[in-house]
Design a protein around this ligand. Structure first.
Ligand code: PNS
Length: 164
């Protein structure tokens, strides 16, 4: 049986840490759908369309990857519709666990057929988070080691757009 997974997140922007987790997921699953979803606690810098184009570029050479946007509704329901058996989540630090644990159990309650799989990125990405990358980039700092060149260009363009 071909098992496939969904890899949801805000991905604002998609970092090399996200890419590392995705590549690890592809060693386990034949197909992984990257799902750009809404986190009610976050305001995004990039639109869903921009993030979708960004992730498509970054993952263009990876077989078995597709990118979708979840515009509304529950992720657990989306997983059911897609027939996904797993939800991939990257964890970097122990502090990520409380929130991840809660989400995982809620998603299991909503859809008992889906299991959350936690993957740890390479240790060099343990301190890479989209929020901090955005902050540093918008203040003119060098984040080129943490994002794909296309993401870097998109960050630079946003920075220009937002300058008075
Ligand atoms: O990258 P993030 O912000 O940590 O990802 C969180 C995300 C988007 C995966 C989560 O907020 C989510 O699943 N949103 C979709 C709506 C949903 O199902 N919410 C209930 C989650 S238990």
């Amino acid at each position: 049986m071909k098992r496939h997974a969904i890899y949801p997140g805000t991905f604002d922007p998609f970092t090399n840490g996200h890419l590392d987790v995705l590549e690890r997921a592809l060693t386990i699953f034949e197909k992984v759908i990257v799902v750009i979803a809404e986190n009610s606690k976050k305001q995004t810098l990039f639109s869903a369309k921009e993030r979708s184009a960004m992730i498509e570029t970054v993952t263009a050479s990876l077989p078995g990857v597709s990118v979708e946007v979840l515009h509304s509704g529950l992720l657990a329901e989306y997983a059911r519709e897609m027939g996904a058996t797993a939800i991939i989540r990257g964890v970097r630090q122990v502090k990520d666990f409380e929130y991840e644990f809660q989400m995982s159990l809620l998603n299991r309650h909503l859809n008992p057929e889906v299991t959350t799989v936690f993957l740890m990125p390479n240790v060099k990405y343990t301190y890479v988070a989209s929020s901090i990358i955005k902050e540093v980039a918008m203040l003119g700092g060098d984040v080129s080691k943490f994002v794909h060149p296309q993401v870097l260009t998109m960050l630079e363009n946003k920075c220009m757009e937002q300058k008075p």
